[in-house]
Design a protein around this ligand. Structure first.
Ligand code: ZN
Length: 338
C-alpha cells in the first residue's frame, strides 16, 4: 500500500510499504477514505521533535472498516467509521469518567496518512456513522477525529455556558473549531483573536462576534474593553506558547476558566499569578472519543461544518506538498485523499 513516511525533518515521502495486519484480536484495519496533516505533525517536520529513523505518520482519519479481529463486536467490515487519535478501551474507570485519552490502555494512533491503518481497541475507539456519508460531509467528519474534538474539549474545559462570553486564543484549525464549539455550547459573545484576514472571515462565519487583532498586553486590554473591564467567563487557549497561555490567563475574569489544548512549548505558569487570578485551568489531550457520537450527529444534521478548516486537498501521493504548505503557512490544514 501507499503510506506517508517521515525520513527526517523536512523529508516526507509516500512509499510502498506492507499493508497493516490484525495483530491483536481487538484490532480493526480501516481503509482510509481521508486523512489529514495535524499541526502536531509539523513538530517532527520542523525538527522540533527528533526523527530517529524513517517512520509512518498521521493520526486523523475516516474510512471503511476492512477487517476486524475476533473480539471486535461494535464495528464490522463495510462500515464508515471515525476514531480518535488515541485508541482507548472506553470501559476502564478513567474512560468512564470521560477522559479516554488517559485510558489505562491508551495507545496513540499512528500511520493514518496511508491507504490502510490499523486501529487498536477498535470497539472502544471507532464510532460508525449510521450510513455511508455524502461526499461533501467527509471533510467535516474527518475534522471530528482531532481538531473539532479538540476545539470542543477546549470549550468544555473552559466551561462555556449559555449566555457566557468566550475568548478564543489561536486562529489555527483547533481555534477555529473552538469558535464553533463555543457557539454550539451557547456563548453569547465569542471574541476570536486573529491577525489573518482569511481566518478572521472563517471565525466570523463559525460564530465569532468580535475579532481582536492585538496580541500580548494590548490584546488583553482589548478583551477587557469588550467585557466590561473584567475579562471573559471562558478562554480557549489553542496555541501552547508562553505568550498565548499568559494572554489566556490574563483575558479571563476572576473566577473564569481557561481550557488549554495547545500543546505546551516550554510554557510556565507562575504560582502566585495563578493563585491571585482565581482562574480555573484545565487542559490536556482532548478526549475526542467522548464527543464523537454527539459531534457526528451535529455534522450529519447540518448544524456544524468544521470541514471548512481544510483549505488544501491533495492526493495522498502529494503529502510532501501538504506538509510544506502548512509549514510555510500557505495552508491552515491539508486534507489527503488516498
Ligand atoms: Zn479506558
Amino acid at each position: 500500500m501507499r503510506a506517508t513516511i517521515i525520513h527526517a525533518p523536512g523529508d516526507i515521502r509516500v512509499e510502498n510499504v506492507p499493508a497493516p495486519k490484525i495483530t491483536a484480536s481487538t484490532d480493526a484495519i480501516v481503509r482510509t477514505v481521508a486523512a489529514c496533516v495535524c499541526g502536531s505533525d509539523l513538530w517532527s517536520y520542523r525538527g522540533v521533535l527528533p526523527v530517529a529513523e524513517p517512520q509512518p505518520i498521521g493520526h486523523e482519519y475516516v474510512g471503511i472498516v476492512e477487517e476486524v479481529g475476533s473480539d471486535v463486536s461494535t464495528v464490522r467490515p463495510g462500515q464508515f467509521v471515525i476514531g480518535s487519535f488515541v485508541a482507548s478501551d472506553n470501559t476502564c474507570p478513567i474512560c468512564r469518567t470521560g477522559y479516554q485519552t488517559s485510558c489505562r490502555h491508551a495507545q496513540w494512533v499512528n500511520g493514518a496518512q496511508a491507504e490502510y491503518v490499523r486501529i487498536p481497541l477498535a470497539d472502544g475507539t471507532l464510532v460508525a456513522v449510521p450510513e455511508q456519508p455524502a461526499e461533501d460531509l467527509i471533510p467535516s467528519l474527518l475534522a471530528l477525529s482531532d481538531v473539532m474534538g479538540t476545539g470542543w474539549y477546549a470549550a468544555r474545559a473552559a466551561e462555556v455556558k449559555p449566555g457566557s462570553t468566550a475568548v478564543v486564543v489561536g486562529d489555527g484549525a483547533v481555534g477555529l473549531c473552538g469558535v464553533i464549539a463555543a457557539r454550539e455550547l451557547g456563548a453569547e459573545r465569542i471574541i476570536a483573536m486573529s491577525r489573518h484576514a482569511s481566518r478572521q472571515k472563517l471565525a466570523l462565519e463559525f460564530g465569532a462576534t468580535d475579532i481582536v487583532t492585538e496580541r500580548g498586553e494590548e490584546g488583553v486590554a482589548r478583551v477587557k474593553e469588550l467585557t466590561n473591564g473584567i475579562g471573559a467567563d471562558s478562554v480557549l487557549e489553542c496555541v501552547g506558547t508562553q505568550e498565548s497561555l499568559h494572554q489566556a490567563l490574563q483575558s479571563s475574569r476572576p473566577g473564569g476558566n481557561v481550557g488549554f489544548v495547545g500543546f505546551p512549548h516550554g510554557s510556565q505558569i507562575e504560582g502566585q499569578e495563578l493563585f491571585f487570578s482565581h482562574v480555573g485551568l484545565r487542559g490536556g489531550p482532548a478526549p475526542v472519543r467522548a464527543y464523537l457520537p454527539d459531534l457526528i450527529d451535529r455534522v450529519i444534521g447540518g448544524r456544524i461544518n468544521p470541514g471548512k478548516v481544510f483549505d488544501l486537498t491533495l492526493p495522498l501521493d502529494e503529502a510532501a506538498e501538504g506538509y510544506k504548505a502548512m509549514a510555510e503557512r500557505r495552508a491552515v490544514k491539508t486534507l489527503l485523499r488516498p
